[in-house]
Write a protein that binds this ligand. Structure first.
Ligand SMILES: *Cc1c(COP(=O)(O)O)cnc(C)c1O
Length: 376
């Protein structure tokens, strides 16, 4: 017998699957997640691990949730091939709190930063509370549309901080800079999109909401040896050691986001890990950049192909067609494209091609661009 609640759900499902147009989610963050992550999380919101309770209403110290935290940290290590001697943490406060925690814990008197955009600039601002910050190079002179190449790094700095993917400006550092000192990286928007040599880094951090899960969790991978070297006292919550000693449970972790991150890690493993992900990400990015090179209406904002982000593809109307920007946005929206409006500091458009975005969505965007070009 169908009761009204079931009927309503069935109608909603049919509406979503059939009537509502397919949406292609290009948001920069929070952003698209795998269907697997959403489905498993939706199930656990109602009945978590057979407890009959929601994942939102069980103790973080229950054996069921401790198992979630253990597995997610284990999978981060496995998928990124994290060497021994590193700890994986799930913290809160986003990448923005890491801008502060990194220098608090790792910077004695001097640190070095590569300034490749707004996030890098914000990270530098926090480091200045702790001592001398050397800006080794900056691409601010060209609105951050390239990655600086030739610069020297002071050998007496405690680390060189890089932002591997510049979510706003559409550039990516696919190869680590040559530096004699350890690296620290904000990988918020490209973590798990490709393999990384973790051994070059003292610390990596990433807000979950770009390539991992919902907002509210922040992954930190830290080399244990790099800690405990600064003289200053570090408040308890801002000290990485606190969180290492308590397995990311010194205070209540973001249980629901961490659960969702675990589902994404399982999905990623099933897909063949970051190595397979990288292949698909290269394919998706190549498809879209090729179209941007071909289509007379658009130009990519990052001119050097080497510096182009695979995760966030930024583009503007070609000068002769500048007045068509609003019209294209409307046209693309009518075709189911969501979240392609560019960040206000770049303008134009930005298509984010995170791990969970299927190739068919990139194809749909390209067809939309071609359809729009035909009538112009
Ligand atoms: C989104 C983003 C941030 C900010 O993350 P929050 O979690 O909002 O603090 C920092 N750095 C990069 C590279 C980002 O993409």
């Amino acid at each position: 017998m169908i009761v009204p609640g079931d009927l309503r759900r069935a109608v909603l499902l049919i509406y979503q699957k059939v009537v509502q147009m397919k949406k292609h989610n290009f948001y920069a963050g929070p952003s698209i997640l795998p269907e697997f992550t959403k489905e498993k999380t939706a199930e656990a919101v109602v009945n978590f691990a057979g407890t009959g309770l929601s994942v939102m209403e069980v103790s973080h110290r229950s054996k069921e949730f401790v198992a979630v935290m253990d597995e997610v940290c284990q999978l981060v290590k496995e998928l990124l091939h994290v060497p021994d001697g590193y700890s994986v943490l799930f913290l809160q406060g986003g990448a923005s709190l890491q801008f502060l925690m990194v220098p608090y814990n790792l910077m004695g008197k001097k640190s070095a930063y590569l300034n490749t955009g707004s996030w890098a600039s914000k990270a530098m601002k926090e480091a200045k509370y702790f001592g001398e910050v050397v800006e080794v190079a900056s691409s601010k002179d060209a609105n951050f549309n390239y990655i600086p190449k030739d610069y020297s790094v002071p050998s007496d700095a405690d680390y060189l901080h890089i932002t591997t993917n510049n979510t706003i400006f559409g550039t990516e550092l696919l190869k680590e800079p040559d530096a004699e000192i350890p690296l620290v990286a904000d990988m918020s928007s490209d973590i798990f999109s490709r393999p990384v040599d973790i051994s070059k880094y003292n610390l990596i951090y990433a807000g979950a909401q770009k390539n991992l899960g919902p907002a509210g969790a922040t992954v930190v991978i830290v080399k244990n040896e790099a800690l405990g070297k600064v003289d200053r006292p570090i408040p308890t919550m801002l000290n990485y050691k606190t969180h290492i000693d308590h397995g990311s449970m010194f205070n209540t972790p973001a249980t629901l986001p961490v659960f969702a991150c675990l589902q994404t890690m399982r999905w990623l493993k099933e897909k063949g890990g970051v190595e397979e992900m990288e292949k698909v990400n290269i394919e998706k990015a190549n498809m879209l950049y090729s179209e941007l090179e071909r289509n007379k209406l658009f130009v990519p904002t990052v001119t050097n192909p080497e510096d182009r982000s695979r995760m966030n593809v930024t583009f503007i109307m070609a000068p002769d067609y500048a007045e068509l920007e609003a019209e294209f946005l409307g046209f693309a929206t009518s075709k189911g494209m969501v979240g392609i409006k560019g960040h206000r500091s770049v303008g134009g458009f930005r298509a984010s091609l995170y791990n969970a975005l299927p190739v068919e969505s990139v194809r749909a965007l390209i067809e939309t661009m071609q359809d729009f070009e035909k009538n112009k």
